[in-house]
Design a protein. Structure first.
Length: 758
């Protein structure tokens, strides 16, 4: 009988073993190019980068900002026990003068307004004058310009790009240090500080946690294989894999975003697990073959399961391409491409370095490898005995996790989503404490712009002004609304400053005069022109903010605005000819939230189908291979249950947990099922024998790969960036749960499917 033909893969690996430097040389050329591409990747880590560009809210907000050029609002809170004292006013005066002198920063406070009302006045207001002005109208309090224990300094920052913003914020900090006496706290409130912190953390996350993960990998490899040559044979391909995988982002024109810091981490832990699988099989040298021949055969035997693992993981991340959120879509493509590049490195550079470094092999070279023998002898019978209780327990936990994620109608709401920028800040940060205190005591965190469209040239008509005033008054009367600023409020303030009633006139002649005066003022007052589209005189806008202590989201804010508009339009027919849109950063954050759940469900469904198709294509059986997905599904759903119990929400990072775990943990199930099938088909073993064979050959490697995955992601638990920290914790937990199911639920499911006994 003729011997079966030798696989081509074995001949390829034999050739690499004989000519390793032919393989190493191209990498020596590629590495400097990869470093250059890596350094060229820009940083774009603000939350607004997460907004889908085709979303209607995005288009409306961009059109609004084109009509009304936007500056980024921020505020400094000078916390003093007596805000209207001469001492407090003096500190604010010096602070305002120095901050207002920063290029690109416009600053105003109660002192600015008092001087506008008193032309020619110099120095500070006389005693009591500042209090009299501040308390004479509700306007100043509603704008956060004063409170019982603070004075507010409003900043409008006009910058283009993160570098210019960071320069302004540094100069603001320097101005505070030079003008505010020790012991007086100045709170910082606003999105510029939030975005600056987010960008620093996302940029530093890789640099900060890679050394920790690198030390973990080095110690683990040394402990397992007890050889510096084995360490180098694994560590060099690992470093090259991560480098070329991340450099792909530079070649593709990607940017580092709030979630892309996960890319190098995913590449590192996934590639490390693959290399450990390869080297564990290489170390298992007891077949009597020469070492070079054993190396070629070991690599050829692992080519199929490792390739299938990469295909499954890559497909899982590539499924994120369905997300309309650009950074998440980039994350999926970036990681999938990096995994493919890592696969090429694993089967080219790693075999070449094995041939050059000649790491030792032999069963005794791997620490603890014999411990799996006792597990292999006892686990099949144990899993058969407890198969039904195991499957019932795992099924109930999975159903509970599904309910925790999707909710139960009438009993439990779906898992909450976080998109507010403040949710992504470490709660211990001073800026986070300042903003939360401001939201409790002054104004809420939900903010938006109401863009109102009128007929052509009608925005200054008396009837339009009356309708807008009715709308603003009705909105201000809503307890959930803390502040409404627009053209009517500015006109009221001017009337109050002139000693007249704040209320706008209602009779026709007075309204006509007000309209005519407003047309003249728009020519001379830049502060008024910001509220009117001067090109068409067909639109204006209101700035609206939720009340202090409220828990409104953008959708709820939209409902309150719609109610106020409907009531005003019922009394003012002119508003029926007008329309409105809620735009701005708060609306964009809500848009992100609306797209996160489809990202989770669609990408997970696509990943499941592709991975199942991979099992079906490689292992040629659908129903049995569906059992192999039980551990991953159990781990994902149970992780959602734990998240719900301990209060970890869905956010930009944790929304990726299902795709990440399904794609990465299938690595273990593919190796498990590859050797299980090999035992049944090639060796002719029954279910018990095939399970024992699988545990002996792949069991220890599954444990090691799980520890690598869990340990790698657990490094993120030290991050000060809450989403990354939460993602690291729940991902580590999910990998451990998947391993638990690999050795319990999966054998139990196989016993039930094949209907055999030990």
């Amino acid at each position: 009988m003729d011997a079966p033909p030798e696989p081509r893969s074995r001949r390829l690996f034999r050739w690499i073993g004989r000519h390793p430097w032919w393989v190493v040389a191209p990498y020596l050329v590629a590495i400097p190019l990869a470093v250059a591409l890596l350094l060229s990747i820009p940083n774009a880590s603000s939350l607004e980068e997460m907004v889908p560009p085709g979303d209607p809210a995005v288009a409306a907000t961009r059109a609004f900002r084109a009509a009304f050029p936007e500056t980024r609002p921020a505020e400094l809170l000078l916390e003093v026990p007596q805000p209207f004292s001469t001492t407090s006013a003096g500190i604010m005066d010096r602070l305002e003068h120095r901050v207002g002198g920063i290029e690109g920063v416009e600053a105003y406070s109660l002192l600015t307004i008092w001087r506008r009302f008193h032309p020619g006045a110099r120095g500070l207001p006389p005693a009591g004058e500042l209090r009299k002005m501040a308390t004479g109208t509700k306007f100043f309090r509603r704008q956060g310009l004063w409170g019982e224990s603070f004075l507010g300094l409003v900043l409008e920052l006009d910058f283009h790009g993160p570098a210019e913003r960071d320069r302004m914020l540094r100069e603001v900090d320097r101005a505070i240090a030079l003008t505010v006496p020790p012991g007086v706290h100045v709170g910082r409130v606003g999105s510029p500080w939030i975005n600056a912190w987010l960008e620093r953390q996302s940029a530093a996350s890789t640099v900060r946690f890679f050394p920790l993960l690198g030390v973990f990998v080095v110690l683990l490899i040394l402990f397992l294989f007890r050889s510096w040559r084995a360490l180098l044979a694994i560590l060099i391909p690992l470093a090259v894999s991560v480098l070329v995988g991340v450099a792909f982002g530079g070649a593709a024109g990607f940017a580092f975003t709030i979630v892309s810091g996960l890319v190098p981490l995913m590449l590192m832990v996934t590639t490390t697990a693959g290399l450990v699988y390869l080297h564990s099989h290489y170390v298992d040298h007891g077949d009597g073959l020469p070492l070079a021949e054993h190396r070629a055969r070991a690599l050829a035997e692992k080519l199929l399961p490792v390739s299938a693992s990469v295909l499954a993981a890559g497909a899982g991340f590539a499924a994120l391409v369905v997300s309309p959120i650009p950074p998440i879509r980039q994350l999926g493509l970036w990681t999938a491409a990096g995994l493919v590049l890592g696969w090429i490195v694993c089967f080219t550079l790693y075999p070449a370095l094995q041939s050059i470094l000649k790491p030792p092999a032999g069963r005794g070279r791997m620490a603890g490898g014999n411990a799996m023998e006792s597990v292999a002898r006892g686990l099949p019978r144990w899993s058969y005995r407890w198969r039904w209780p195991l499957l019932l327990a795992f099924g109930l936990l999975s159903l509970a996790g599904l309910a925790a994620l999707l909710g139960v109608p009438g009993l439990l709401s779906p898992m909450p989503l976080e998109t507010n920028g403040l949710d992504y800040l470490d709660s211990k940060l001073p800026v986070a404490r300042d903003i939360r205190k401001f939201s409790r005591e002054v104004l809420g965190l939900t903010h938006g712009e109401i863009w109102i469209h009128t007929p052509q040239l009608a925005v200054l008509d008396p009837e339009t002004l009356r309708g807008l005033d009715a709308f603003a008054s009705g909105l201000e009367a809503d307890p959930a609304i803390g502040s409404v600023v627009g053209l009517p409020e500015v006109l009221r303030l001017r009337r109050w400053a002139a000693g007249r009633s704040e209320e706008l006139p209602t009779d026709e002649p007075a309204l006509e005069r007000l309209s005519g005066d407003l047309e003249q003022l728009l020519m001379t007052e830049p502060s008024l022109r910001r509220w009117v589209d001067m090109k068409s005189l067909a639109s204006t806008w209101f700035s609206v903010t939720s009340a202090a202590g409220t828990n409104l989201d953008a959708a709820a804010l939209h409902r309150h605005v719609a109610t106020a508009w409907r009531r005003a339009a019922a009394r003012q027919p002119v508003l029926r000819k007008c329309s409105w849109q809620l735009v701005g950063s708060g609306v964009l954050e809500s848009s992100i939230s609306a797209h996160l759940v489809p990202t989770l469900t669609q990408s997970f469904a696509i990943t499941f189908v592709i991975i199942f198709g991979t099992f079906l294509l490689i292992f040629r059986s659908g129903a049995a291979r569906l059992n192999a997905m039980v551990p991953s599904l159990f781990a994902i759903l149970t992780t959602f249950l734990v998240m719900r119990v301990v209060g970890i929400p869905l956010n930009m990072a944790t929304i990726l947990i299902a795709t990440t775990v399904l794609g990465a943990s299938e690595n273990d199930q593919i190796h498990f099922f590859h050797h299980f099938q090999d035992g049944r088909r090639r060796l002719g073993l029954n279910t018990a024998g095939a399970l024992q064979h699988t545990l002996r050959v792949a069991g220890y490697a599954i444990v090691l790969a799980t520890l690598i995955n869990a340990g790698g992601f657990l490094a993120l638990s030290f991050s000060p960036f809450p989403p990354m920290r939460q993602f690291g914790i729940v991902a580590s937990l999910a990998f451990l749960l998947a391993m638990l199911a690999d050795f319990t639920a999966l054998p139990a499911a196989l016993w039930v499917f094949f209907r055999e006994k030990p």
